[in-house]
Ligand binder design. Structure first.
Ligand SMILES: [Zn+2]
Ligand SMILES: [Zn+2]
Length: 356
């Protein structure tokens, strides 16, 4: 079974189709999917914001499962290996890949859910380099969403921010999926975390994740009242509403890492500020398989708070996307192909203990 987006937009529900993914060829593998996250990016995909998207397509870039078949040229995997998807594959041979920066590969053509069929399905056939290894004992729903949230946060902090123990880091949108992940990772890497949220009712949750100080700010002027002074690294998980305040929170020589772009507005930059203070601005998205191994190891050593709002059957994919669009969820929604519709909870009530 697979879910199909026939054309961009919300007028028509996602379609449920019978059938399995094609047999793998070349360096492809087929994965029997245990779970697939329903991500905010899936909504952007559905709205047609990426003009290069191919339709019809099977959405989903957050799938986890077991390899059931390998193509004749596969070298990285065997049947039975447990894997999860990254956003896309990589060529392994271009200058970016040679430097280990596989998430910056410009030759990678398989962007899951946009250019090739993704994980809203019982099986998917994808390039072998679009996957990373997942331990057998990691919960499927948590494994599904680990790359897009914790992987993105880990790469942004370590590669983009060059975060080191003892540094001070600002995380904007601390209550969001990537923000909540970033607070936990930065804390484990020995940093002091100052988090920004928009609403006072998010403060307790964000403090519980390890933030030393939380600023409630909805007008983008929090740099004027930063607890404890300026920061070494700012990880902006929001975009235009917080970008300039985050930039102005940086110490001289600080690093600004953009990983969120939740609204369509552009950002205006004060070049004088950037030049005279010697700050660096960099972008970051996703994570490499090597970075995911580090994230998995951190999670295995001491599990992250990674709340799952609900697990829904694959046939509920359309409803799941509409629930994510409506917001106010206590964690992520994950589609579970093995879950029959009758097994699913009525409504999408939070699972016990879903909130960290
Ligand atoms: Zn995602
Ligand atoms: Zn490459």
């Amino acid at each position: 079974m697979r879910i199909r987006l026939q054309a961009p937009g919300w007028d028509r529900d996602l379609a449920v189709e019978a059938g399995d993914a094609p047999a793998p060829s070349g360096r492809q593998v087929t994965v029997a999917i245990e779970a697939c996250g329903v991500c905010h990016r899936d909504l952007i995909d559905r709205a047609g914001r990426f003009p290069f998207m191919q339709v019809p397509i099977t959405p989903g870039h957050e799938a986890v499962g077991r390899i059931t078949a390998v193509g004749p040229d596969v070298t990285l995997w065997r049947v039975g290996d447990r894997v999860a998807s990254m956003h896309r594959d990589s060529c392994g041979a271009c200058p970016a890949c040679e430097a280990g920066e596989t998430s910056l590969c410009l030759r990678a053509a398989a962007v899951l859910g946009l250019l090739v069929d993704g994980g809203y399905a019982t099986t998917m056939t994808v390039p072998e380099r679009a996957l990373y290894r997942v331990p057998d004992d990691l919960d499927a729903a948590q494994a599904a969403v680990l790359h897009c949230t914790f992987g993105t946060a880990y790469r942004g902090l370590t590669r983009g921010g060059r975060l080191a123990p003892g540094m001070r880091v600002l995380v904007t949108g601390g209550n969001g999926g990537v923000g909540a992940a970033a607070i936990q990772i930065a804390t484990r890497l020995g940093a002091t975390v100052i988090a920004q949220v928009r609403r006072a009712d998010h403060v307790a949750m964000v403090e519980g994740l390890g933030a030393t100080a939380v600023i409630v700010d909805a007008d983008g002027r929090f740099h004027k009242r930063l607890p404890g002074g300026l920061v070494d690294v700012a990880l902006d998980c929001v975009g235009a509403p917080t970008f300039n305040a985050a930039l102005r929170s940086l110490n001289v020589g600080g690093r600004m890492v953009a990983i969120g772009n939740v609204v369509e507005e552009r950002v205006e930059l004060n070049l004088g500020w950037i030049i005279t203070r010697g700050v660096q601005i960099t972008g970051s998205s996703g994570a490499t398989a090597e970075e995911m191994a580090a994230v998995v190891a951190l999670h295995a050593a001491r599990p992250f708070a990674l709340p799952i709002h609900a697990r829904l059957p694959l046939t509920d994919a359309d409803r799941a996307q509409r629930l994510v669009a409506a917001g106010n969820l206590a964690g992520r929604i994950v589609l579970v192909p093995g879950l029959a519709a009758a097994d699913a909870p009525a409504g999408a009530a939070p699972e016990p203990g879903a909130r960290p």
